[in-house]
Each structure stands twice: as structure tokens, then as C-alpha cells.
Ligand binder design. Structure first.
Ligand code: NAD
Length: 325
């Protein structure tokens, strides 16, 4: 049925609303008339508003827009943060305001690390630090984590991204190689989370932990033979649920992120050895392409910040629909 009011609505002029408020503190003025503070807001058709004089795409979001995503003054660790996905996560956490420590087995972080550290100091008003740690060396891991927490009097978050990959058919896998895989990808992640949780409990502020698992923790990859890696990532997903169930009482949340294929240095090297994968892998998901590390930035900040305050024991699978097919 046609609405008769439509032509009338179309004829109305666009209205710029003026929002006025009386500041109570100013009513105590000796003058009889209270000062009225008015600010002009433009309301757009989608209901959003922009304070007068400010451009909608102003670079600084301020402290009142989506404050639950802010990590200002929080101290967050990223294992495997020297390069790749871990370093990209570290930069996102810095942009959200956190002080970030990257822990990694490499003696020196990748060259890109130093650019991000300099950007943190000059542009973001925060800092990025590096500590060389092998996640299998539990005494050094605990020492490093407790020193960082003591220095700041708090520890608020962890993204555990340290991990290794090995492509070997199951019939040829040695026990030594399998144990190495599990030592880094499961026990290493477990001990890192434990070291961090101990400090979170000591300082009493709770915190949030995100473990980097993989879609390979749920599915077997077609054309990528890595049985121990995939078992290790299934272990990370199950570890996350169990840590969440034990540490909820301390207000520590634990979740996992399960990425699909990400084009990092590791994957680029594989494409040199197996060029057909570059065309085959993208066909295996619903978006027909592989992902970039930056496509996980939002997930990391979401999980570490209060934006996910009621989320724990969950797996966030981000794989272009690969494992939904
Ligand atoms: N690249 C992908 O397609 C993909 C997909 C899903 C999940 N992941 C996971 O994402 C995480 C990051 O992977 P990436 O692709 O950035 O690879 P990467 O090799 O660039 O990063 C892994 C980092 O972990 C560090 N590391 C390895 N062993 C360590 C140890 N014993 N102690 C401390 N640090 C150690 C490495 O030095 C490296 O900096 C890994 O857990 C990986 O399994 C990657």
C-alpha cells in the first residue's frame, strides 16, 4: 500500500539539531541566569553524529568512541612477536594504547620490529620492547615474565603466537620431531600462559589471554602434510578451553584464534618450493584468496580488550570460510 505521507516527508528541509545542556556546576554562579552550553551535532541518516567542527574521518578517535577497545596503559606480552603474525599483533596492540613486550627465541627481531618500536614512541605515546626467550626454557620464561610484571606493577594480556611448522608424512615422522613440535606448540604455549596467569593473579587485576591456534586444529589440510602440527593446534584449542575453566575465578579470560592460511615469510617460502599451492590453496575457501597478517589485528585487540569482556573458552575461527565448507 502506497503511503500518502511520503511526498510531505521529502519536502521537509534537512534539519541540523542543536543539543543543549545546562551545566549544574555553572548554576552556582552569582549571576541569576545560568550559562547554557550548546554544542551543535550533525545527525546523519544512519544515526551517527559528529561534533561540529570535527571531520568524521579525523585520525584520532579520542577516548569516548568505543572505549572498551582501548588498551591504554595496559601491559601485554606477545610470544613469537619478533616477526610475522606476532609482530603484526604487537603493532595493533600498540595502536590500541598498550605497552607491548615481544618474547621470541630469535636473537634479534626482524628489521620491521624496529620501525614499529620507533612509531610506538614517536606517534603512539607508548613502547615496544624485546626479550629473547625460548618458550621451552620455563625458568627463563617465568623470570622474564615476572620481571616485566614487577616493573609495571601489572600484567594485563598475552597473545601467544610462538609456533613452529613441519611438513612430513605421518609414516616418516620421528618421535624426536613430534616431541619438538609438541614442546613448542603445546607445552610452550601452556607454560607461557601459566607464567602470565601467575602474574595476573599476583597483581589481582585479572586479564585476557589469546592463544594462536589454527583452522588446522579443526580440519586436516588438503595438500599440506603436517600431522603433528595439526594435532598441536587441536591441543591449543582444547588447552584454551581448560585454562578458561580454571582461571575464570581470577577474572582471567582465555580464548583462541584459529587463522586460515596467512601469507607470511614461512608460507612464501613454501610457494617457492611448491608453486602449485599458490593457486590451489585460495580455491579452498569461500573468498578465493589467502589472508594477510593484518586481517587478524582486530581479533587480537578485541580479545585482549574489554570489548570481549564476557567471552572466554571460545575459539575465534577466521579462515575465509575454509572449514565451513
Ligand atoms: N602462517 C600461517 O598460515 C598460519 C596459519 C594459522 C596459524 N598460524 C600460527 O600463527 C603463529 C605465527 O606464525 P607465523 O606464520 O607468523 O610464523 P613465523 O615463523 O613467522 O612466526 C613464529 C614466531 O615464533 C617464534 N618461535 C618459534 N619457536 C619459538 C620458541 N621455542 N620460543 C619462542 N619463540 C619461538 C619464531 O622465532 C617466530 O618469530 C604460529 O603459532 C602459527 O602456527 C600461522
Amino acid at each position: 500500500m502506497a503511503s500518502t505521507s511520503r511526498p510531505l516527508l521529502r519536502a521537509l528541509p534537512r534539519i541540523s539539531h542543536t543539543v543543549c545542556a545546562i551545566r549544574p556546576s555553572l548554576i552556582t554562579s552569582t549571576r541569576a541566569t545560568p550559562r547554557v552550553i550548546c554544542s551543535q551535532q550533525r545527525f546523519s541518516s544512519d544515526g551517527s553524529s559528529t561534533p561540529a567542527g570535527k571531520s568524521a574521518d579525523a585520525p584520532f578517535l579520542g577516548t569516548t568512541r568505543l572505549p572498551e577497545f582501548s588498551l591504554k596503559d595496559k601491559v601485554v606480552l606477545v610470544s613469537g612477536g619478533a616477526r610475522g603474525l606476532g609482530l603484526t599483533q604487537a603493532e595493533a596492540l600498540l595502536e590500541a594504547g598498550a605497552i607491548v613486550y615481544a618474547l621470541d627465541v630469535l636473537q634479534e627481531p626482524s628489521p620491521g620490529f624496529h620501525n614499529i618500536a620507533s612509531r610506538a614512541e614517536k606517534e603512539l605515546g607508548t613502547s615496544l620492547h624485546y626479550r629473547q626467550v625460548d618458550v621451552r626454557d620455563v625458568p627463563n620464561l617465568n623470570k622474564t615474565v615476572s620481571e616485566i610484571a614487577d616493573k609495571h606493577g601489572r600484567l594485563d594480556g598475552l597473545i601467544a603466537a610462538a609456533g613452529i611448522q613441519q611438513e612430513t608424512p605421518a609414516l616418516e615422522y620421528s618421535a624426536e620431531d613430534a616431541n619438538r613440535m609438541f614442546a613448542v606448540n603445546i607445552t610452550g604455549v601452556f607454560m607461557t600462559a601459566q607464567a602470565v596467569a601467575k602474574q595476573m593473579i599476583k597483581f589481582g587485576n585479572g586479564g585476557s589471554i589469546a592463544l594462536i591456534a589454527s583452522m588446522s586444529g579443526t580440519i586436516a589440510n588438503r595438500g599440506l602434510i603436517c600431522p603433528a602440527y595439526n594435532a598441536s593446534k587441536a591441543g591449543v584449542i582444547q588447552l584454551g578451553r581448560n585454562l578458561a575453566s580454571e582461571w575464570g575465578e581470577y577474572n582471567i579470560r582465555v580464548n583462541t584464534i584459529s587463522p586460515g592460511y596467512i601469507v607470511t615469510k614461512m608460507v612464501e617460502n613454501l610457494f617457492v618450493e611448491f608453486p602449485e599451492r599458490q593457486t590451489e590453496w585460495p580455491k579452498q575457501n569461500m573468498l578465493g584468496r589467502l589472508s594477510a597478517p593484518k586481517e587478524y589485528r582486530g581479533a587480537g585487540v578485541f580479545l585482549i580488550s574489554d570489548a570481549s569482556s564476557f567471552m572466554t573458552g571460545s575459539d575465534l575461527r577466521i579462515d575465509g570460510g575454509h572449514s565451513s565448507w
